[in-house]
Design a protein around this ligand. Structure first.
Ligand SMILES: [Zn+2]
Length: 358
């Protein structure tokens, strides 16, 4: 039977299948798409080799202690489909899809005949050993670093966080513009130095940096930059377009809760940390209120320093002030990392408010 790129709602898998197809087009046996690039699934095909690792977290329920299970239990196709969420077709076709690849394998037949569960490493080690927070969760970790020990609280498994973060790593290309904004109240025109990072003595607490440690907060669009400085109606905003002098690597936290199982990560670590990664992204996208304390920044200031230690030059995260916008906080100095392209002044003519009764 033949599948196609539209069979999957995971971009990494779709691109992979597109690359594997030999250019033959037709109607897909699974999702029914017409004129689609087709790829024939057979035992030991290249896609099967890739999919086999997705089974490293699936075990018969009777073989796993309850405290080592993440979720389950149920029939294989349902558990597989609901865990990986990669298919654009229903679970009866999921079983056919998997049988085409693995139907003759003894290990597959055992799973097919059993109620199965999701368990990192098939339950051979305690769950805590796979978790970035060990026995804690984001909420405990956040509370501990804010209120108990600022300098000695650390992730239980830094290597696991580094591994997962590798799948969220991106490159911002040389010359691809970024934007910095200032609400402008001075009579003189803004100049490049107005958009440099602040000196150490004036660097205040920010979402990704502690007071005293400068950082260049940038945004992906002029609108995001203006929203991030909380420009109000009729404010004059100066916006600098700045261009990176070289490609730079950044950790994109906005995609942490959407890591493909085909990314270069350990599947056991991925399933064990999904709820933690979701908590991190949820906290990142929580609206910042003017009444919030800078204490709330502390957990991310810690993660940000860790991310820098992993060799990233910046950190990307979703803008909570401008929907769909992205911020990039750069760890380097302006000089050496950016050049100024232009500075323009704008007046804010329109603001949109959304109100939710609660
Ligand atoms: Zn298809």
């Amino acid at each position: 039977m033949k599948c196609c790129p539209y069979c999957f709602n995971d971009d990494a898998i779709s691109y992979y299948v597109e690359g594997l197809s030999n250019g033959t087009r037709g109607t897909c046996d699974f999702c029914g798409s017409s004129n689609a690039l087709l790829y024939e699934i057979t035992p030991y095909c290249e896609l099967a080799n890739t999919f086999e690792r997705l089974f490293t977290v699936i075990a018969p329920s009777e073989s796993v202690a309850p405290d080592r299970m993440i979720s389950g239990c149920g029939p294989l196709p349902e558990v597989f489909a609901s865990t990986w969420k990669i298919f654009n077709f229903n679970s009866s076709l999921v079983l056919r899809f998997l049988c085409e690849m693995f139907g003759s394998e003894e290990w597959f037949k055992r799973l097919q005949d059993a109620e199965v569960v999701i368990s990192p490493g098939k339950g051979e080690r305690p769950l805590d050993e796979y978790s970035i927070f060990g026995s804690m969760d984001w909420s405990n970790f956040s509370s501990q670093i804010k209120h108990k020990s600022r300098f000695f609280t650390k992730l239980a498994h830094v290597d696991v966080f580094e591994d997962l973060l590798g799948a969220a790593r991106s490159t911002w290309k040389k010359g691809h513009p970024l934007f910095r904004a200032r609400i402008w109240t001075k009579k003189k025109d803004p100049v490049e130095e107005d958009f440099h990072e602040p000196p150490e003595s004036k660097a205040s607490d920010g979402r990704m940096r502690s007071a005293g440690i400068p950082c260049i907060y940038t945004a992906d669009t002029p609108e995001t930059a203006a929203a991030e400085v909380r420009a109000g109606m009729h404010d004059i905003v100066a916006i600098a377009t700045i261009l990176p002098l070289h490609d730079f690597e950044y950790a994109d936290l906005s995609v942490l809760d959407d890591i493909s199982p085909l990314a270069n990560v350990d599947c056991s670590r991925l399933v064990a940390n999904r709820k933690h990664l979701r908590s991190i992204v949820t906290e990142l996208t929580r609206p910042v209120r003017t009444s919030d304390s800078t204490l709330d920044y502390v957990p991310f200031q810690y993660l940000s320093e860790l991310i820098q230690q992993f060799g990233n030059e910046a950190i990307g995260y979703p803008s909570v002030m401008h929907r769909e916008g992205k911020n990039i906080a750069c760890f380097a100095h302006f000089n050496g990392m950016f050049e100024l392209h232009s500075i323009k002044k704008y007046r804010v003519d329109e603001l949109a408010y959304g109100l939710h009764e609660f």
